[in-house]
Design a protein around this ligand. Sequence first.
Ligand code: HEC
Length: 150
Amino acid sequence: MLLGAISTLAVAQDAPAPNAAPPAARQAIEVRKAIFTLIGANFRPIGETLQGKTPYDAADVQKRAERVAFLAPLLTDAFPDISSSGDTKAKPEIWSHRADFDQKLKTFQDHAVALAQLVGKDNTGSDAFKTAAAAVGKDCKGCHEDFKAK
Ligand code: HEC
């Protein structure tokens, strides 16, 4: 029974899926996607508020803006060279145009912090909120256009 389980494990390890990235790369890609999933889930309601689809909910907007500002810096370490290929939509241009990518990432991080700070002072859905939230949304879109495969 135990031996059977061990040999099954050995077989499973010996037969990685075709084109699978090495484990360290796979893990880096999974972590990256997890960060983006969290950023996406938290920014979505802010985007919907911005588009007038949902009314401004001060407590919710503040919570989510703080989360996005916390999560955005995690992306700084989320694109190691090893993670350039595998089950990922990250385009190779990230690594071949690294300075441009890093600049876009930094702008996004700065805008995410600016949004959280603004909401900390002025949590009313003002024009200043709209401007700050739209800047973040534009960063998502801009980076995806250049650096994320469809
Ligand atoms: C500096 C570039 C950049 C910025 C800014 C950026 N993204 Fe992304 N995003 C990417 C890349 C590259 C991927 C592909 C990651 C992968 O597949 O490994 C991605 C993937 C995603 C995913 C899919 C995750 C998955 O599991 O496949 C979501 C959701 C997402 N981004 C949402 C957002 C949102 C929302 C914002 C803005 C609040 C944002 N992104 C800002 C580059 C960026």
